[in-house]
Ligand binder design. Structure first.
Ligand SMILES: CC(C)(COP(=O)(O)OP(=O)(O)OC[C@H]1O[C@@H](n2cnc3c(N)ncnc32)[C@H](O)[C@@H]1OP(=O)(O)O)[C@@H](O)C(=O)NCCC(=O)NCCS
Length: 190
């Protein structure tokens, strides 16, 4: 049920066998500068090592059993190549004075697979799954202000993108309400 198909892609829950491909994706400076980096003593960003990623991977894999969602490998149907990942995770959205529990859509592609509409195809399938199968009320997504590609991914799935309320100078927030949720615009039920 958590395996999804699109025209060009298979989305399947991450497996330990994806770890090397995942680390290779995260070693590219244009990828790790935007997410999942370590910090060097002089403050510069660095790629995380395989051993740093391993426990995170184990957590992600277990998460599917606990929550019914987590992180999917994005795989080309035609070749079986791992090209990236897309996921859903719980987090607290800092709105300045309060923080709200949300579910975040996150994603990344190996650098050589950018500019082919792959993430648009993958995120569209996950958004459909989130709204139709998981019945989530809304999805959010966060990126650095300078990450124009990521903001465009958010826009292409229909999110409204604006300044992040908890960090308006540094980050952008995308928000998309479930179109099937008649109560969404009326706020939480009494
Ligand atoms: C975010 C990220 C996945 C976006 O990659 P991307 O290649 O821009 O996004 P897509 O795969 O959806 O491709 C869309 C582009 O392909 C083009 N394209 C080419 N062929 C296409 C096709 N057949 N169908 C649709 N789009 C196509 C689109 O026009 C679009 O380009 P544009 O934005 O210049 O118009 C990528 O930049 C990345 O991995 N960044 C590092 C990690 C990251 O920032 N993650 C988000 C953290 S918040």
């Amino acid at each position: 049920m958590t395996r999804l198909e699109t025209a060009r892609l298979t989305l399947r829950p991450l497996e330990m066998g994806d770890l090397n491909d995942f680390v290779a994706m995260m070693e590219h400076p244009e990828v790790y500068s935007m997410m999942g980096f370590g910090i060097m003593p002089d403050g510069r960003k660095r790629a995380r090592t395989l051993e740093e990623w391993r426990p995170r991977f184990e957590y992600r894999i277990a998460q599917f059993d606990w929550e019914g969602f987590g992180e999917w490998a994005v795989v080309m149907k035609v070749s079986g190549a791992f090209v990236g990942m897309v996921g859903l995770q719980f987090y607290l959205l800092d709105q300045g004075t309060v923080a709200t529990p949300e579910i975040e859509l996150f994603y990344g592609l190996k650098r050589e697979w950018w500019d082919q509409g792959i993430m648009q195809e993958a995120t569209s399938a996950i958004v459909r799954y989130a709204f139709e199968t998981l019945k989530l009320r809304r999805l959010t997504s966060v990126c650095y202000r300078e990450n124009l590609r990521s903001a465009n991914v958010m826009r292409r799935v229909g999110m409204t993108v604006g300044s992040h309320p908890g960090n308006p100078d540094g980050e952008m927030l995308g928000v998309l309400a479930n179109p099937h949720d008649a109560a969404a615009s009326a706020g939480p039920a009494e």
